[in-house]
Design a binder for this molecule. Structure first.
Ligand code: AOF
Ligand code: ZN
Length: 330
């Protein structure tokens, strides 16, 4: 299974809207005779690629897959039938497929007389498809908020205009993160004041291959000469004329967005926190005191606590990762 997990993550870091899946075929003697992983939506599933690489050796082998084989015919599939047709003797999978259409492969395989073991390293498998799993279970995208503030909690200096808060290492880290999410979201005020490009860039400034959908939320009309609308930037930019986080997420869900990175400003970030629609926070703290200027969050109706899941130093800045705790019942 570790081999299959390694295969799953060996492809494109963004397989969205499909999950990353890996599969190995193991001969009765224990030797791996086939390997495959899913390269992206519309392309063959991991099992089918593994079967193709094994040739005749697939017959009688054990298929080890990071996700329960699909039982549906979508853009491809079903993998259950491919496994039955080729004559595997046994299937071992990690994560049960939580999706309504594809889930249930276990019963199909068992009914065909194949021995099936599920749940092996299931947590690790679910983690590599964290956003995809979240969408299947909740019907909305996984929301990450990212902010960068000074030691005194400010996100800009007294002038209020664009201020570099974190160092180059943290900005490069965020550039890489943008290439791993489906959408980056900001409010109209942020695009007008800061005029960010919101592209996924390497430290050198070069555009990365995967570019997120750039989303601006708010009703204010936007000038067409903003950097997010620049034709040279890859990926597209859209405006959603809506303030309510749940409605914004529903629009993004319809566009098959599985993970959205909310990058401010303070009004938008507060709105998502207030709505209880934040799944992860990434909070950069830069070692400087600005002394004056706007703060990261607009007023909230009450305090909010966060369970910290990690703290790391990136360049000269500190990154705090966490999950907001549900508001206490009052
Ligand atoms: C598998 N193996 O490698 C993948 C699976 O649109 P389709 O036909 O590609 O189906 C996508 C769904 O199939 C996806 O949401 C998930 O439930 C399952 N993906 N299943 O057995 C794979 N990628
Ligand atoms: Zn499949």
């Amino acid at each position: 299974m570790r081999e299959a997990l390694a295969l799953a993550v060996s492809g494109n870091s963004r397989c969205s809207p499909n999950p990353r899946v890996g599969c190995v075929l193991v001969a009765p003697g224990g030797e791996i005779v086939g390997r495959g992983y899913h390269h992206g939506a519309g392309l063959p599933h991991a099992e089918v690629n593994a079967i193709a690489s094994a040739g005749d050796l697939a017959r009688g082998a054990t298929a080890v897959v990071t996700l329960e084989p699909c039982k549906h015919k979508g853009r491809t599939g079903p993998c259950t039938q491919a496994l039955i047709d080729v004559g595997v003797s046994q299937v071992v999978f990690a994560q049960a497929d939580p999706s309504k259409v594809a889930g249930g492969g276990l019963q199909v395989l068992t009914s065909a007389g194949i021995r099936v073991i599920g749940g092996v390293l299931a947590d690790e498998a679910a983690l590599i498809n964290r956003a995809w799993t979240h969408v299947q279970l909740t019907g909305r995208p996984f929301v990450t908020i990212k902010t960068a503030m000074s030691l005194d909690g400010r996100v800009a200096d007294a002038g209020g205009g664009p201020t570099a808060i974190t160092g180059v290492e943290a900005r490069t880290w965020v550039g890489q993160l943008r290439s791993e999410v489906d959408a980056v979201l900001v409010g109209t005020n942020t695009v007008v004041v800061d005029n960010p490009a919101l592209t996924a860039r390497a430290g050198s400034g070069a555009l990365l291959v995967n570019q997120p959908l750039r989303v601006v939320v708010g009703k204010r009309a936007l000038p067409t000469n903003l950097r997010i609308f620049e034709p040279t930037s890859s990926g597209t930019a859209i405006q959603i004329r809506e303030y309510e986080p749940a409605k914004i997420l529903s629009v993004l869900h319809d566009r098959q967005v599985q993970q959205v990175l909310v990058e401010g400003g303070s009004t938008v970030t507060s709105a998502f926190l207030k709505a209880g629609l934040v799944d992860e926070i990434l909070w950069f703290v830069a070692p400087k005191v600005l002394g004056a200027g706007p703060v990261a969050i607009s007023p909230l109706p009450g305090p909010l606590t966060v369970s910290v899941t990690g703290v790391e130093v990136i360049g000269h800045d500190v990154l705090i990762r966490g999950v907001p705790n549900p508001a206490p019942v009052t």
